[in-house]
Design a protein. Sequence first.
Length: 439
Amino acid sequence: MVIGGLFEANGYQPSAWQAEGAVDNAPTDIGYFRRIIEIAEAGKLDFFFLADTPAARTDDLDKWARGPLYMNYMEPITTLTALSTFTRHIGLGATASTTFYEPYNIARLYAALDHISHGRAAWNVVTSANDYAARNFGLDRLPPHDRRYAQAREFFDVVRRLWDTWDDDAFIWDRENVRQFDPARFHVLDHRGEFFRVHGALNVARSPQGHPVIFQAGASETGKEFAAETAEVVFGTGANKAAAKAFYDDLKGRLPKYGRAPEDLKVLSGISLVVAPTEAEAREKWEEWQALVHPDIQLLYIKTDLETDLSDLPLDEPVPLERIPAKSNHHQAYFDEIAGLIRQGLTLREVCRRYNRSKEVFLGSPVQIADMMADWVASGASDGFMVAFPVLPYCLTSMVDGVIPELQRRGLFRTEYTGKTLRENLGLKRPASIYTKQA
């Protein structure tokens, strides 16, 4: 199975910064991140992933101060480039927005990361999903969802073509004839589309993987269609196994339309994971961390992802159904999860406590966690897992020391990295240049 990690300095639990062992100033301490990624690589994880939004919250600051979300967060491509020098095998993935970058910037940044890491880069292609980011780039709010995806599709096509500027064998280093590269193996892009005009070429050789691995996480109809066409790793949604399997079957079923086989795309279920000697101890830890989360933060997560403010409602009464907005313009999966909890008749407090951004929580001993992971993969609910570690370093260390050896004992996870690149370790093909295909 594929296992990658979603990392935020102290962990993804909103109270992680308050937990025992939390490190102050971790978000800007590259030495701290080095220690974390070295643990992940010792556990043979496929990749280390950093999500991102190009924005800080600018309102409700008294509330956000209780559990900041991307409020003190280093730019991820820069961070991964630094971390690449401390590691040899683990993949390095980061989010970068097609809404607020230019294609040439993205093509160049990820090509450089792929070269520096010797073929371990991955780009999570996103459209951005909050209006705080929009306001940093001259907009009052995000463009409509479908228009963002139309821009993303064109953006991705431009980036992919720029990555193919140079053929793999373009640099010939012919000293006798004084020719460093063969001009016949160099391709100029002349793109004129609805959103972008790009005439030029990427000024760096084709990278070790050909293209960095393409990650995506869209759960809307438009997002799933885009993923089926272009993605190689998708962070699947589903707060339980049945929902995860439905997403998996839906997405894999779209691949033939684009001439793709099931093995061309890895679907990884998002989970949180708490390991302890017994299930009771793991549950106790989870509840302890949950109890530290201030109600203000729980309500802000609901406000952010449901795209409406419910803080005027009583915490211990069901949420009126009419308070659910008609549609989402941000994260469709998160929106649907909250709406589903409300439709179950739960109180607002219960909705806040149970909402976990479409991630199942695996609680238990190493054997129990391995059982659950094995069952999800054997049931066709996923090809592996994107683990969002609630509290670091505890949740990572306990997985690496306990769960990983149990999976290895069963023959379900590698004991050593066998590939040189992230693509090779994921079992993904190296893409041929678009110009080779045309020839």
